[in-house]
Design a protein around this ligand. Structure first.
Ligand code: PNS
Length: 161
């Protein structure tokens, strides 16, 4: 049976931690959809279309290829997108105890909504401290974000800050 997985997130911007989770998901599933979702609880830095483009360019730069779709979703529940494309698994990275607190209710509600399972991946220890919010803060204050994000993202942020 073919299994399609969705890796959702704000990706504002994509980090090396996200890239690691996506690369591992691509090895595990027949098809992977990386879905940029508008999160109304967060103040965005990058327009959603730019985030999609940066993910596509970061995947190409890292040589991550296969059956991957990069897209955006902002018109309803994430599980509705999953149903539309026949995905049965959500994949998320879990870095800290805070992530467990934040992600657990979403996983439970998503499963209650449609039965979809959420698979949590532990990050590569080298990436466990990396978050998009930290990257946004370092970039805004003129710091070097190259250790935390793909080259294309570092270049993009340098060009906009
Ligand atoms: O990268 P983030 O901001 O932690 O990702 C969170 C996101 C966007 C995946 C989450 O907020 C989400 O799934 N939003 C879509 C709306 C939805 O389906 N809400 C119900 C989930 S319980």
């Amino acid at each position: 049976m073919r299994t399609t997985a969705v890796v959702p997130g704000s990706f504002d911007p994509i980090t090396l931690g996200h890239l690691d989770v996506i690369a591992r998901a691509v090895k595990m599933f027949d098809e992977v959809h990386v879905v940029v979702v508008h999160n109304p609880g967060k103040t965005a830095l990058l327009p959603i279309a730019e985030r999609v483009t940066l993910i596509e360019r970061a995947l190409a730069e890292a040589g991550i290829s296969g059956n991957i779709v990069v897209t955006q979703w902002s018109i309803g529940l994430l599980v509705d997108y999953c149903t539309e494309v026949g995905a049965s698994v959500l994949v998320k990275g879990l870095r800290t105890p805070n992530d467990v607190t934040y992600e657990t209710p979403m996983a439970v509600v998503n499963r209650n909504l449609t039965g979809i399972e959420t698979l949590f991946m532990l990050p590569d220890p080298g990436q466990a401290h990396v978050s998009s919010s930290l990257v946004r803060q370092v970039a805004a204050l003129g710091g070097d974000v190259r250790p935390y994000v793909p080259h294309v993202v570092a270049e993009y942020l340098q060009g906009t800050s």
